[in-house]
Design a protein around this ligand. Structure first.
Ligand code: ZN
Length: 245
């Protein structure tokens, strides 16, 4: 069954297979920092897109879809009373930490797509050239273990957002980060379980009662997990000998 045929059995909100829908465990996290996710249109329907999942968790979030052929990107809807910063390792990027004490709340702009797509965002979206670029401090490797080799410094988009909020939210940061990372882990592990790569006992939060692997219809197993997960990589850490593919 192709991915397109499979759409009807996916949750329209979290995009997981309906039997593994994450919506009951998605928290509503109130934050001072706002998330503005700039998603490439190819990401929109991918079940493995995690930027979207982060936006579902964060109350002050907006998703903008770009990359439509022949249609220039519109200026981003950044609230005028906020400090926009772009999470991307451009040549002139600085550390994110100083913005944690920003007088105005931060709007964290996060490109979501392949490295190639993300690297075009600054040039193609009006107004972004003047927005400061920030990077995360180097931390532990991605828990999206099978995709790390795509970009040495790459994290899943949601992991990067979690770490950024962990810093920007100050005293509350640790708790916000923990909540996002928990949902991320549930999503990854349910997906791995569905593909036969993880036992039910190892899935954070468990598998919903009564759900069996391969049920009902069309959980994909044939494609390699790495193939799929590599597509939603947001390379947002400090620069380290990275190359565009
Ligand atoms: Zn759902």
């Amino acid at each position: 069954m192709s991915r397109r045929d499979n759409q009807h059995v996916r949750c329209g909100r979290c995009r997981m297979h309906a039997s593994l829908c994450l919506c009951p465990v998605i928290p509503r996290v109130e934050t001072r920092t706002r998330l503005l996710l700039v998603m490439h249109r190819y990401e929109e329907r991918k079940p493995t897109n995690t930027g979207r999942l982060a936006a579902l968790c964060l109350s002050g979030s907006t998703i903008v879809v770009r990359g439509h052929a022949g249609k220039p990107s519109a200026p981003l809807p950044v609230a005028p009373d906020t400090q926009p910063v772009l999470l991307f390792p451009a040549e002139d990027a600085g550390p994110i930490a100083p913005f944690a004490v920003s007088e105005r709340p931060v709007t964290l702009i996060v490109p979501d797509g392949t490295w190639r797509q993300a690297s075009k965002v600054r040039a193609r979206v009006p107004g972004l050239r003047d927005v400061p670029c920030v990077t995360l401090p180097r931390g532990r490797p991605s828990t999206y273990a099978l995709r790390v080799d795509a970009h040495e410094t790459g994290l899943g988009t949601m992991e990067a957002i979690a770490r950024a909020f962990g810093i920007l939210e100050g005293d509350r940061g640790g708790e916000v980060q923990r909540q996002l990372e928990w949902v991320f882990r549930v999503m990854v592990e349910r997906t791995l379980w569905a593909r036969g790569a993880l036992g039910a006992g190892a899935v954070t939060g468990g598998i919903p009662a009564g759900v069996r692997r391969g049920d009902p219809g069309g959980l994909r197993g044939a494609r390699s997990i790495a193939d799929d997960l590599n597509r939603t990589c947001a390379p947002v850490c400090e620069r380290r000998d990275r190359r565009a593919p």
